[in-house]
Design a protein around this ligand. Sequence first.
Ligand SMILES: [Zn+2]
Ligand SMILES: [Zn+2]
Length: 581
Amino acid sequence: MSSLEHIRHSYAHLLAAAVGELYPGVHNTIGPAIENGFYYDFDFSSTTNGKIPSEKDFVSIENKMRGILKSWKGFEGKEVTEAEARELFKNNPYKLELISDIVKKGEKITLYTSGNFTDLCRGGHAEIKDMNSGAFKLSRIAGAYWRGDEKNKMLTRVYGLAFASKQELESYELMIAEAKKRDHKVLGPALDLFTFSDLVGTGLPLWTPRGTIMRNLLDQFVWSLRSLRDYERVEIPHITKKDLYMTSGHWEKYQDDLFKIKTREGHEFAMKPMNCPHHTQIYARKQWSYKELPQRYANTTTCYRDEQSGELSGLSRVRAFAQDDAHVFCRMQDVKAEFMKIWDIIHEFYPKFGLNLQVRFSRRDPQTPEKYLGGTERWDMAENFLKEILADKKAVAIDGPGEAAFYGPKLDFMAKDSLGREWQVATIQLDMNMPERFNLECVNEKGEKERIVMIHAAIMGSIERFLSIIIEHFGGNFPLWLSPVQVKIIPVRENHNEAAQKTALALEKAGLRIDLDTSDTGFGKKVREAKDMKIPYSIIIGDKDIEAGVVTLESRDKGKIGALDVDAVVAMLKEESDNKK
Ligand SMILES: [Zn+2]
Ligand SMILES: [Zn+2]
């Protein structure tokens, strides 16, 4: 079986062959394999029939591709001289430019021919039997500058999807269609969780009452797990003097990402892009005995990064985001126990969302030990601790040589969502650099000053990004405990309002989040609204219910549950919500 990358790139040749026949005179440029498929960039300004394809022409191009594929036997490669190559592509300025580059680099010039089509290519093709005429599809057209440079001519990029089989292509398309329906950028505002304002600016989400409830619930959940492990809450201002980041190194390293502020007295300040440097200064407020360590500081707080406008996207990439951040200040010998605690928090947190975790052990690149700060002995010790944790937890980790930060090894966690997509979520990072830069110490058993280490331990990372993931993962159908409105109470007619109010009060007293709808909107519309807002439960109150002293409970996920007395409903929902089922 040919590799998927080779298969995908081979379809790019097929596309260029078909386009060449349908649009004679077209200049084809480059056509690589990409994730899920391939593309080919064309310059259609030179076609002899004056045609430029649009997405409407995909069917005819695809049919042409299928026809050509039948005549192909294989890809035949041959090396040619510069003169031969130039002769072959004498009418195509793009290929001529590529040939010059190949010559400049001193590389061989190779051509690959399949059927009647020959392209300049360095190779890597599939066997024809692995190219399935049902397993590819053209997907879209976009403009693309030649060589990605906006000073160059704008070309036409035709994208295609390609997989090893028709089934894989279809399941990918299904996943994309489902992901589109669940897009948090659409679903979030539809569920009234967040909004953006042109006056406030792009990348700066504003949280509505419902969205804020969810943020707080998530934060409280993390905090409940942390407080069991002796973390303490701290608070910091959102700006700092430049000096803090000069010392931490961020001023230089993250120049472009920093929002800088000039005070009226001409001093330079910055909005914080992370919390670690501030937290070091809370630790540094006094001299610590080893007996008082570890110090564990937790702080959910907003950070600011000056991302480029073009990079911003919904909640996934923003300019202001809240981190559920924590830092542990401890001695090297405590690292294993502290990592273990954070490991446990992560493994109690993520399963409540039905997200399965995969861990990666991000360690030094053994080829370049000099790139890393902190000394071989300390690194060996740290990496061994992490290995021991993985062994103790019987975790099968992905090995990540060279994935460590320059200041310490990490455990990185990936979560797979309900559509099978993988997201990088939590990380536990050891940091041997910042304590050095800020001269953080404790007094050890011998009465000597000892350099400590610090651990970065966000569980969600950014709450915004985490919400973007779970909005799509659940498709907005949040579990009861996380739903901003848990129960909608719907009186059938106006004369049922009083009974509905009584029911509402009983639920609210029990701490359930309810929405009582006594407006004069019709009953059917109220029921529909509850569905649209994906509220987990509805309580319906009509004549029969009032007579029997019950309410009718309906579930978003399980349909009609039946007539129950209010106490039974409260007990049932409380149990489900409190246990985060
Ligand atoms: Zn090729
Ligand atoms: Zn940190």
